[in-house]
Design a binder for this molecule. Structure first.
Ligand code: GCU
Length: 577
């Protein structure tokens, strides 16, 4: 799925700004035809969650209605016109000028609708109904009444239009998709480009690859809808965490000697593979230091905020992290583009958290997880920073989980055979999911939820368990979550739970275990920052305090510990960018 871009042939308008908005507590909008517009409304900022933008109704999860009037750019003639939503959580229905253009289920992944025959030159009225109410049928699902809102996952179910809504125009015939796969032979970079076009028999595709003083050009006649072209770059500049070298690839479509379409994207030449108990980046073993995270900030909730994205990368660079997992859902396209540019390794996770394998929802859950992995790979397949797909976070164990994840694994493998696949697990050694994964990711909280207060005992248990996990599966292991809730400014000697000293001791001792096992290839602390959750007896103020930074990005003592361990004890890390 090509992200909208501007050039001589392609244009887009960002519809971000203040839209009209209203809650629909009696769910009467459809019956009262709000689809053709509604008069009673208040302004709302798009993109952003609706929950914390107002003084009231924070926990109202929907349905709610958005509307926006816009004009079609007058120079968009003879174009295919599409409207694209970057992320709407959770259910959305979209009308243009009173006509339903589409419905989508699932947040954090883009969807788009062709409105070429519906858009008018003057006033267009876009109406969106969003419903974030929780349900056992949904992925992620509703949970038991242990918290409010009743999530089966540990983050607040923010609702709304969370990422930019783009109106874009492309040639009526031209490029439909581009897929890039890279490999390395000694000092040569091999770039396989697969180009999908409309049926354009007799037309040509021109490729140009530029970078580091080099330019390669390649022309090929279009005789199929998919052209596969291989470029060889001698003495290539490879992509890695220290030198995230990117080339500029431009694909032009030429018909009767005229360029009719063009698209440019960044290409990073790198390889990623599992070999024995190691993860190899460009053939060299790589060790992941970093975090599980959330897209979360006060007021805007799950909304896209460029400045916070930049801040978080700056903090991860400051602390010496080289990687993160998009827990527990895909992050914005802009976050992924910056991971390519800044050289971060990303475990890219679909929004499958809290799966129960409950018999009356398992079939629907598999449908949704399949939809999510298709949408995610279609969106993120060309990022050199994406080194692994994660099919779920902490699925409950069940006899059914084996066949469920085998089906999902096979689907992901079919869509992309170039990256390892994992499932982030909290279950024991015997869990079926471990047999399916290429890399084992485990979340462990001995010393917090179990053996509370006793980090030494916790680490003894952890050490024995990872040994037996490796013994059984002989696959590389990432400790994908470990951490302790820490109230900023709370201190104690000796270190007690919730104090900054305890978080330091907890993280330090877990990392000692990680470093003592040759088959452990990564340590991801939970979490980079404190974040909003549902209310519950274990979440004071509805916040998870396991961040090494506060929710407004101020460091706790553990941040300084990690900077020492990651930045200065690993001098090979890149510095400021
Ligand atoms: C789990 C889960 C996280 C959660 C964390 C915690 O491992 O994956 O989403 O926030 O534990 O309890 O802090």
């Amino acid at each position: 799925m090509l992200y909208p871009q501007r050039n001589k042939y392609r244009h887009f308008v960002d519809l971000s700004g203040f839209w009209d908005f209203r809650f629909d507590p009696d769910d009467k909008g459809i019956g009262e035809n709000w689809t053709t517009g509604f008069n009673i409304s208040r302004p709302i900022a798009v993109p952003a969650s609706w929950n914390d933008q107002f003084a009231d109704d924070r926990d109202f999860l929907g349905p709610a209605w958005y509307q926006l009037k816009f004009k079609k750019p007058s120079d968009w003639k003879k174009k295919k016109i599409i409207i694209r939503f970057g992320s709407v959580n959770y259910l959305s229905e979209v009308w243009l000028n009173g006509e339903l253009v589409g419905q989508h289920e699932g947040g954090h992944l883009p969807f788009e609708y062709d409105i070429s025959n519906k858009i008018v030159l003057e006033d267009n009225l876009l109406v969106v109904r969003v419903d974030g109410r929780l349900s056992e049928e949904h992925v992620p699902p509703k949970g038991r009444p242990m918290n409010y809102p009743q999530t089966n996952f540990d983050f607040y179910p923010f609702c709304g239009i969370h990422r930019p809504v783009l109106l874009y125009a492309i040639p009526t015939e031209g490029l439909r998709d581009i897929t890039v796969r890279t490999s390395i032979i000694e000092t040569t970079g091999i770039i396989k480009v697969s180009i999908e076009t409309d049926s354009l028999k007799g037309a040509y595709v021109n490729l140009s690859l530029k970078g580091f003083g080099k330019e390669l050009n390649y022309t090929s006649k279009i005789d199929e809808k998919i052209q596969k072209i291989t470029l060889e770059v001698k003495n290539a500049k490879f992509w890695n965490t220290e030198t995230p070298n990117l080339y500029d690839l431009t694909v032009d479509i030429v018909k009767e000697d005229l360029i009719i379409d063009s698209y440019s994207l960044k290409v990073g030449v790198r390889t990623i593979e599992v070999k024995g108990d190691k993860l190899l980046l460009n053939g060299k073993s790589v060790y992941l230091t970093g975090f599980g995270r959330h897209e979360d900030f006060p007021i805007t909730g799950r909304g896209y905020i460029p400045a916070v994205i930049i801040k978080d990368y700056s903090l991860m660079n400051w602390i010496g992290a080289n990687s993160f997992r998009t827990s527990h859902y895909p992050y914005s396209e802009q976050m992924m583009d910056l991971a390519d540019r800044l050289g971060f390794l990303v475990i890219d996770e679909i929004p499958a958290v809290g799966l129960t394998f409950n018999k009356n929802v398992i079939a629907r859950h598999l449908e949704l997880c399949t939809q999510y992995i298709e949408e995610l790979i279609k969106r993120d397949k060309n990022h050199p920073s994406v080194i692994m797909w994660s099919l779920a976070n902490e699925p409950h164990s069940s006899l059914k989980s084996g066949e469920f994840f085998k089906a999902l694994y096979d689907k992901a493998r079919k869509l992309d055979n170039s990256r390892p696949i994992t499932i982030v697990n909290m279950m024991g050694v015997r869990d079926k999911a471990f047999e399916i994964c290429d890399v084992l990711c485990i979340n462990r909280y001995y010393g917090w939820y179990m053996q509370p207060g006793s980090v030494n005992e916790a680490c003894e248990i952890l050490s024995k368990e990872v040994d037996s996990l490796y013994e059984k599966h002989r696959k590389p292991i990432i400790i994908s979550e470990f951490g302790a809730d820490t109230i900023p400014g709370w201190h104690s000697q000796p270190p007690e739970m919730f104090s900054e000293e305890y978080q330091v001791e907890f993280i330090k001792k877990y990392i000692e275990i990680c470093r003592s096992k040759p088959y452990i290839i990564g340590e991801h602390v939970w979490n980079l920052c404190d974040f909003k959750t549902s209310q519950g007896i274990t979440r004071m103020g509805g916040i998870n305090y396991k961040g090494v930074f506060t929710r407004d990005r101020r460091p706790k003592m553990a941040a300084h510990l990690l900077r020492k361990l990651w930045k200065f004890q690993n001098p090979k890390f890149k510095y400021s960018y």
